[in-house]
Design a binder for this molecule. Structure first.
Ligand SMILES: *Cc1c(COP(=O)(O)O)cnc(C)c1O
Length: 412
């Protein structure tokens, strides 16, 4: 559920007409709904009530400072995967003891930064990384808190590019090598074993893969305990899907019900790392129709947003609902909705049925809050879009539209 709804013929962001926001802030424009974000964080909080847990929001889904601050104020921590994301999370006031740090290629600079900040734990993805963290912590005279990210070889049944928990993927330590790596970690003087981590993929629409992966983690927890290694935190990653089209992903409460069953009677603190399910449906991308090109083969609706603003359709073949910001009851056409970039991959929808728009009309690309702006770029020297947060009848510019000057900042 989200708060981008039609009132009569007009699309609203909470209590403000989207058209009004587009007029004030220009297009392309990302609009977020604060009430939707709060609702999603609350849904998780409510679902996991009674289980000791930390919600570590996955910063990569959308790393805008205002969004991080809002989620952080609700008591959440952060899941970061780079020094830059750690910087953002700390800047937004998220407490370091609620930050976990994953990623297969942490550099020495990033490891130092995280150790200095005092994060909750590194989610370590290889034995070499483990040794490197140990070495750096030694130089800094610190003990590095770690969890090992294991790869449970579970099929998340999602798009291959966002599936991460199979043996063929680059992520995590293979299950059969997990024990030897924990034994190694125990021998390393500057390492403190805190937990165990997995993340099997994104846009998962069933509870089953989560259950299976968690079960296999718990078997490992028991095996470790036979070796005298005590695990305090069990981090089940993120990955819960959202409805883009006709998917029916489980509600956090359905996921929580099964997770609670598995964790019952165990002295573990659960960490969850949702990204998409917090921010995905809480954002839209508003774009203006520039031209309508009709060829013998095709209708093209050319809009002022491009794949540099939202790359998901071309990168993952992702479906985004696209609606007119004002309904006119014009006849429908089948069209490709495309951007101005010089790439055939620059599209938002192909052969989509849509009420025929006119030049200057506004379209809203729905469910664009996650992996939208955070994956945007300056390709074709296009300044990145502005971002606005709506709360009730108030709108706050949370990121200025970039200028041509911004494009060349730092160049010589
Ligand atoms: C991307 C990622 C997440 C978030 O995934 P969502 O599908 O957005 O919930 C969580 N944890 C890790 C380690 C990730 O890489």
């Amino acid at each position: 559920m989200h708060y981008f709804q039609f009132k009569g013929k007009e699309l609203f962001a909470e209590d403000i007409p989207v058209k009004k926001l587009a007029k004030e802030f220009g297009t392309p424009l990302y609009i977020y709904s604060q009430k939707t974000i709060e609702r999603h964080v609350d849904a998780y909080r409510e679902a996991f009530k009674g289980t000791r847990h930390i919600l570590c929001y996955a910063v990569k889904a959308n790393s805008n400072l205002s969004i991080l601050r809002l989620i952080g104020k609700m008591g959440a921590g952060a899941d970061v995967i780079s020094g830059g994301e750690l910087f953002r999370a700390l800047k937004a006031g998220i407490r370091p003891e609620r930050i976990v740090y994953a990623g297969i290629g942490k550099t020495e600079t990033e490891i130092r930064y995280a150790l200095k900040a005092g994060i909750l734990m590194f989610n370590v993805e290889s034995s070499e990384e483990l040794k490197e963290i140990n070495r750096i912590a030694g130089m800094m005279k610190k003990k590095a808190p770690v969890a090992l990210r294991v790869n449970p070889d579970i099929d998340a049944k999602t798009h291959p590019y966002i599936s991460t928990g199979l043996k063929k993927h680059k992520f995590g330590i293979p299950m059969e090598e997990a024990l030897e790596n924990y034994l190694l970690a125990r021998e390393l003087k500057n390492i403190e074993i805190k937990g165990i981590h997995k993340h099997i993929g994104s846009q998962i629409t069933e509870v089953r893969p989560f259950q299976d992966a968690l079960k296999s983690l718990l078997l490992l927890v028991d095996e470790l305990s036979l070796h005298g290694i005590r695990i305090k935190y069990i981090d089940m990653g993120g990955g819960l899907g959202i409805p883009y089209k006709d998917e029916e992903p489980p509600h956090p409460s359905e996921l929580a019900r099964e997770v609670k069953k598995l964790l019952k009677g165990r002295n573990l603190t659960l960490i969850i790392e949702p990204g998409r399910s917090i921010i995905g449906n809480a954002g839209i991308l508003v774009t203006k129709v520039l031209y309508h090109k009709r060829t013998k083969e095709k209708n093209f609706i050319i809009v002022d947003a491009g794949m540099n603003d939202l790359i998901r359709p071309t990168l993952y073949g992702a479906y985004h609902e696209i609606v007119p910001v004002e309904r006119h009851e014009r006849s429908k056409i089948i069209a490709d909705i495309v951007g101005p970039i010089c790439e055939s991959g620059d599209f938002f929808a192909k052969d989509r049925e849509i009420e025929e728009p006119e030049q200057g009309d506004l379209l809203a690309i729905m469910s664009a809050g996650a992996y939208g702006f955070s994956m945007s770029s300056n390709y074709n020297s296009r300044p990145r879009a502005a971002e606005v947060m709506v709360k009730g009848n108030r709108a706050i510019l949370v990121r200025k539209r970039e200028t041509y000057k911004d494009l060349i900042r730092g160049e010589i």
